[in-house]
Design a protein around this ligand. Structure first.
Ligand code: BGC
Length: 271
């Protein structure tokens, strides 16, 4: 199997690397380019092209998996907080694929990390329900049952005590408010994970995002029934998972996004 390019588009950086899907790791060191100040589709695509060109010898004419800090419903980004609003409502998958001239799969960043962890990391072979949350600027979520992803969950936006959860519990809040690990964990993370536990009865929590490397500083303050472990692939999970998804889509052309959309249109007519 050839190497497949995975790219993570974030509010501050756009990072890509060819992924060796046999081993589930980067085949070459990643390239990071600062997100353009105006992060419009046009400007972001220029960066994506630079990353694709950089790795062209390794990835041939293969597919590209690209993760965004937003839901991605059959290739369309319905809303987005941390990039230019021109993305909202855009069929990002078609737009980028046309611009790059190759197959492109667009998915949510936390879903990408979840796929990375389930195929190569902390959730590999774990039976039952796994919830991965990424703690960073916001909170992203991936819900995986017996290895199958339920895409586009937005569990960072559940309401807790009248607040959007990520506005209280993201690690960016801890940094901004200069909270200690103990205060952040006991006051912000504990109610968040306890609520997820009550709503979903998961079998495992996996915690990703940059702060997960410091897990020994805050996991100890959490009092949960559910085991909680750090992401194993750290900040590589999203790029690896995006590449995995791009390859999967290529190998399963029978279930096309068009079919899903057409079926939904039919169902609307029957209403
Ligand atoms: C977005 C999610 C995203 C998460 C992490 C949230 O604000 O709504 O889609 O996964 O941030 O980037």
């Amino acid at each position: 199997m050839s190497n497949v390019l995975g790219i993570d588009v974030g509010g501050s950086g756009i990072k890509g690397a060819p992924v060796d899907l046999e081993v589930g790791d980067f085949a070459e060191p990643r390239l990071r380019i600062t997100t353009p100040e105006k992060s419009s589709p046009k400007n972001v695509v220029a960066v994506l092209r630079e990353i694709v060109d950089n790795f062209a010898p390794t990835i041939g004419d293969g597919p590209v998996g690209i993760s965004f800090p937003a839901p991605a419903r059959h290739g369309v980004i319905p809303f987005i907080a941390n990039l230019d609003q021109e993305w909202a409502g855009l069929h990002a998958e078609n737009y980028i694929s046309d611009a790059l001239g190759r197959p492109v799969t667009v998915l949510n960043d936390a879903d990408a990390a979840g796929l990375g962890e389930v195929h190569y990391g902390a959730a590999k072979g774990v039976p039952g329900l796994v919830i991965l949350t990424t703690l960073g600027t916001g909170i992203g979520s991936a819900v995986i049952n017996n290895g199958v992803l339920l895409p586009n969950t937005e569990l960072g936006h559940i309401e807790i005590d009248g607040h959007d959860a990520e506005s209280r519990a993201a690690s960016s809040v801890k940094d901004r408010k200069k909270m200690s690990y103990k205060d952040w964990a006991t006051k912000r993370l504990q109610p968040y994970y306890a609520t997820l536990e009550m709503l979903f009865s998961p079998d495992l929590f996996v915690v990703g995002g940059g702060v997960s490397k410091d897990h020994d500083k805050f996991f100890k303050y959490l009092d949960l029934e559910t085991p909680i472990v750090p992401a194993q692939l750290r900040n590589r999970a999203g790029i690896i998972g995006a590449a995995w998804q791009a390859q999967w889509r290529l190998e399963h052309p029978d279930v096309t996004e068009q079919q899903v959309i057409a079926a939904a249109e039919e169902a609307k007519k029957d209403d």
